[in-house]
Design a protein around this ligand. Sequence first.
Ligand code: KIV
Length: 271
Amino acid sequence: MSVHIQNTRLTTTKIRQMKQQGEKISMLTSYDFTLARLADEAGVDVLLVGDSASNIVCGNQYTLPITLDEMIFLSKGVVRAAQRALVLVDMPFGSYQITDDLAVANAIRILKESGADAVKIEGGQEVVPAIRRMIVAGVPVCGHLGLTPQSVNQFGGYGLRAKEAAEAEKLLADAKALDEAGCFCIVLEKIPAALAERVTKAVSCPTIGIGAGAGTDGQVLVLHDMLGLNEGFKPKFLRQFAHLAEEIHAAVGNYIAAVKDSSFPSAEESY
Ligand code: KIV
């Protein structure tokens, strides 16, 4: 007996083709089944189980505390929801920096245990040996340059990166190295738009920007931020496409009032 199960999700090959065909790539973060299902049904191309889950889901100040086990747990729900979108998972801090052996073992764990399609890691030429090992092992990899939040302690904050010529030239060289190593795409976070455009023209794989202007091959935003769930967070690069915090406050307020005045549940809502 043979079993043939069709994977309906976009592949890394398709994501690469989108650059060649001039079709912009949409990526959003996702950390749970319900919101992943809605974003997938709406047609997003890539669902990123970002380590920003450390902030958004767990309430940590930084991305550093989230563990590999926690990332795999969250990824499973997103994978169950994704019918069309490629599922990309962030390798958390400490899971790929120690040795290349550990990096490839942890990347394999993510794909094996969650069913996701690819992993993302932060860094330039220093992570190329690990990336090569992962790709040889069959794990597609997305790079991440510019503001790399796992290095917040080195940067001393979340400011714009690569403003100066030396850092810009290094970022360009890093992007070329990631491209040559075989990354299927590269996230460019919080760098000048002109530099992001230069990088995009210099590499064969797609670039996905966040706070990197309009000249990249695609865009990524944190889903909760673009839905307006984090009212206080309004950096220049963020567009709020909805204002769900207001709606949730109103809905919860209405619910509380209805419980208090006994108008909920009504006869129709009772058995
Ligand atoms: O973890 C994350 O949300 C990310 C995006 C900001 C690209 O890496």
